[in-house]
Write a protein that binds this ligand. Structure first.
Ligand code: PLP
Length: 399
């Protein structure tokens, strides 16, 4: 047999989704893959049951149903002050996952480069490689999560660099980029004429006093920002697979073509039902913030009481916990399989012996970081309490 594609041999399957399989196999509470175990808003599911009878059930127009795009345009204008034209400047995708892939494919030629902050959400490096492009990593300090502007500039000015990916608020670190940091990124993007592809799926999950700034609103950025986001996290509907890209018309024309051939379109009945959510008023978003702040406080206070070390998240719904004290050590220089990494072994032991599943931090870092694991807290109080009770047994896996 001939060999399969060389591009797809250079990355592993998703470690996050692998941990979900391990959690399911050993009955662990799954705090690895980030999705809620509480229901979406009732108004949304009620509307979905009406749509089941009334339709639509056939393909929507490829770039997304008209009423969905109009509602999205209004919502975005309300929150960012930027009004995207529903006809020319948006496309509805199968989650932010497709939005990022379609954007990256529209921007990059094989051999070009894309700047990523490390740690990063694992899809980005795979997306880059699938486009035939090469990731260039800029480290965030694991303690402070700050970046060095000189290192960023050195990366952005490399020949062949076409774009920077910005996940804000960030998975896995919980970092919310400040206005000042975004201004540095924006001015470098303008200086070196780069696109900024954003992943803003956690735009509405930000903990006070931190605030979300849309980088597209900064000077010179509307024309070069490709904003990807999703309804998955904002309305607790990760399984509906509804996301979107917002960008100026000349960029959007390309992204629409890629999207058309990748997936044809997002699910028509789900788009129809989701219009209800896009038209929720401010009270919904205030309640969402309050709910996530409650879950975050419950969980991090519990972790603190257990004596665990971590950095409090500013946004999104993840905590990176330092497992250095558990004695799993550092990676050997000749490791070949990521399941052999110390944090991966720790996560396997934790799932099997403590009953809580986490993601090894090494899957998010380019640098050899082995002492962090990621847990998420988008869960009901009972689930979080149960997980915290189980985590009391962590000392059992201390080496
Ligand atoms: C940063 C980030 N982007 C994208 C996704 C996936 O989004 P979607 O469900 O819209 O594809 C996730 C899911 O965990 C995520 O954390």
């Amino acid at each position: 047999m001939q060999s399969l594609s060389s591009r797809t041999s250079t990355f592993t399957d998703s470690v996050i989704r692998r941990m979900t399989r391990i959690a399911n196999a050993c009955g662990a509470i799954n705090l690895s893959q980030g999705f809620p175990d509480f229901d979406p808003p009732a108004a949304l599911t009620e509307r979905l049951s009406q749509v089941a009878l009334s339709g639509p059930h056939q393909y929507a127009i490829t770039f997304g149903a008209q009423n969905f795009r109009e509602a999205l345009s209004d919502k975005q204008a309300h929150f960012s002050g930027l009004r995207y034209d529903p006809q020319k400047e948006m496309v509805v995708t199968c989650g932010s996952t497709e939005a990022m892939m379609a954007s990256m494919m529209s921007v990059c030629n094989p051999g070009e480069k894309v700047v990523l902050f490390s740690p990063f959400y694992e899809n980005y490096s795979a997306d880059t490689i699938l486009c035939g492009a090469e990731p260039v990593y800029v480290p965030l300090d694991p303690e402070t999560l700050e970046f060095d502007a000189n290192v960023l500039e050195d990366a952005m000015k490399q020949p062949g660099v076409k774009a920077l990916v910005l996940c804000n608020p960030a998975n896995p670190s919980g970092k919310v980029f400040t206005h000042e940091e975004l201004s540095v990124i924006a001015s470098l993007a303008v200086k070196y004429d780069l696109y900024v592809i954003t992943d803003e799926v956690y735009e509405h999950i930000v903990f006070a006093p931190h605030k979300h700034t849309y980088i597209a609103t900064l000077p010179g950025m509307f024309e070069r920002t490709i904003e990807c986001s999703s309804l998955s996290k904002t309305y607790s509907i990760t399984g509906w697979r509804l996301g979107y890209v917002l960008a100026c018309e000349s960029i959007m024309e390309r992204i629409k073509k890629v999207h058309d051939f990748l997936t044809v379109g997002a699910a028509a009945p789900l788009m129809e039902a989701a219009v209800t959510a896009l038209r929720f008023d401010d009270a919904y978003y205030a309640e969402l913030q309050a709910h996530y702040t409650h879950m975050k406080n419950l969980f991090v206070n519990g972790l603190r009481n257990l004596g665990l070390r971590f950095r409090e998240p500013q946004g999104a719904y993840f905590v990176l916990i330092d497992i250095g004290e558990f004695g799993y050590g550092k990676r050997s220089s000749n490791w070949t399989n990521d399941a052999e990494l110390p944090d991966a072994k720790f996560c396997k032991d934790m799932a099997e012996k403590v009953g809580v599943a986490a993601v090894p931090g090494s899957s998010f870092f380019r640098e050899p970081v082995d002492h962090l694991i990621r847990l998420h807290f988008a869960k009901r109080d009972e689930t979080l309490m149960d997980a915290l009770n189980r985590l009391e047994n962590l000392k059992k896996i201390k080496r």
